[in-house]
Design a protein around this ligand. Structure first.
Ligand SMILES: NC(=O)c1ccc[n+]([C@@H]2O[C@H](COP(=O)([O-])OP(=O)(O)OC[C@H]3O[C@@H](n4cnc5c(N)ncnc54)[C@H](O)[C@@H]3O)[C@@H](O)[C@H]2O)c1
Ligand SMILES: O=C(O)C[C@H](O)C(=O)O
Length: 349
């Protein structure tokens, strides 16, 4: 999946046409049958939004790219629109234009909201971001109720349940179409594991389950491929580094926000997987925070098979090591309370 996306990016950068015949054939489409797909980025002028918009502009599966923010979108859209790739770009600014931005969307990506500063938890963002997400989701329910939603805004463990409640109230909830984006945890786990195992990162995969905050992020290094049989103390260190990956970036940025570039990469990777699923590409599997019955919690991140309707199958956890079983029990109370906080907020007003 990753190599095909890199291929797509390379092709987009080197081709004056939207996508090459070879690429179209590799995806199993005739050039006539590549579907039109509209992707919307809400918060497109932000630290994540800008590079994510760039990466979506490079994605040949996108035919229409709609960039929305409360400020500065016209400049971002004008800039990105000059890139000679398939999609037509439009920029929208201000709430009065949100409906037009969302209309006919296939995939809506939401990186709108404030990022952390050193010393903050993701939950400290709740007070501001919960309201932002709630109003954006109300607009999604109104203007593009069938779109696949990729939630990036933190705290993901609460913003996804908020979105679900907003959609339920509007009568548009489809649990197959709501995703919390946890791909950055997988990206980090792959990178850190490859470093420790001394294997080429391109061939590494590591499932990451649970949620997206601190101990709720549970990388399953026992299932990492290729197997490296790392000693337990190294697995513990890798787990901790993956759980604290966001904080590592927040501290290094020293007050200037959180991960933006790696997040844009991860967000583009996940949106690409959703588009492939919608287009009927078989065996597209990514980890994501979704409505789930894998544990006793109503939402949980695990491997998910993506298809024409969004989630095709939520996959189970597989065999866990004792250390991972312990991690699973540790994460449940925090994840439960973050989910409940989101549900309560959404139903308050
Ligand atoms: N899921 C993840 O793995 C992950 C990773 C990194 C960051 N994040 C989260 O993503 C969010 C954005 O981070 P960032 O660094 O891009 O922040 P940022 O402040 O640089 O950008 C956020 C953008 O959202 C816009 N915005 C605010 N309210 C809006 C609204 N009502 N409608 C549309 N746009 C609105 C702002 O104008 C700004 O352009 C944060 O909540 C951050 O914690 C999540
Ligand atoms: O750490 C953060 O606040 C941003 C994001 O959730 C991350 O994992 O980088």
């Amino acid at each position: 999946m990753r190599s095909s996306m890199l291929r797509s990016v390379r092709t987009a950068l080197t081709s004056t046409s939207s996508f090459t015949r070879g690429q179209v054939l590799r995806r199993g489409f005739s050039s006539e049958s590549v579907p039109e797909r509209k992707v919307v980025v809400l918060g497109a002028a932000g630290g994540i939004g800008q590079p994510l918009s760039l990466l979506m502009k490079l994605n040949p599966l996108v035919s229409s790219l709609s960039l929305y923010d409360i400020a500065a979108t016209p400049g971002v859209a004008a800039d990105v629109s000059h890139i000679n790739t398939r999609s037509e770009v439009k920029g929208y600014v201000g709430e009065e234009n949100l409906g037009e931005a969302l209309k006919d969307a296939d995939v809506v990506i939401i990186p709108a909201g404030v990022p952390r500063k050193p010393g903050m938890t993701r939950d400290d963002l709740f007070n501001i971001n919960a309201g932002i997400v709630k109003s954006l989701c109300a607009a999604i329910a109104k203007y593009c109720p069938h779109a696949v939603v990729n939630m990036i805004s933190n705290p993901v463990n609460s913003t996804v349940p908020i979105a679900a409640e907003v959609f339920k109230k509007a009568g548009t909830y489809d649990e197959k179409k709501l995703f919390g984006v946890t791909t950055l945890d997988v990206v980090r786990a792959r990178t850190f594991y490859a470093g420790k195992a001394n294997v080429p990162v391109a061939g590494v995969n590591v499932p990451v389950v649970g949620g997206h905050a601190g101990v709720t992020i549970l990388p399953l290094f026992s299932q990492a491929t290729p197997q490296a049989n790392l000693p337990h103390d190294q697995i513990v260190a890798l787990t901790k580094r993956t759980q604290d990956g966001g904080t590592e970036v927040v501290e290094a940025k020293a007050g200037k926000g959180s991960a933006t570039l790696s997040m844009a990469y991860a967000g583009a990777l996940f949106a690409d997987a959703c588009l492939k699923g919608l287009n009927g590409v078989p065996d597209v599997v990514e980890c994501s925070f979704v409505q789930s019955s894998v544990t006793d919690l109503p939402f949980f991140a695990s491997k998910v098979r993506l298809g024409k309707n969004g989630v095709e199958e939520v996959l189970g956890l597989g065999a866990l090591s004792d250390y991972e079983k312990e991690g699973l029990e540790i994460l449940k109370p925090e994840l439960k309370s973050s989910i409940e906080k989101g549900i309560k907020f959404a139903n308050q007003s």
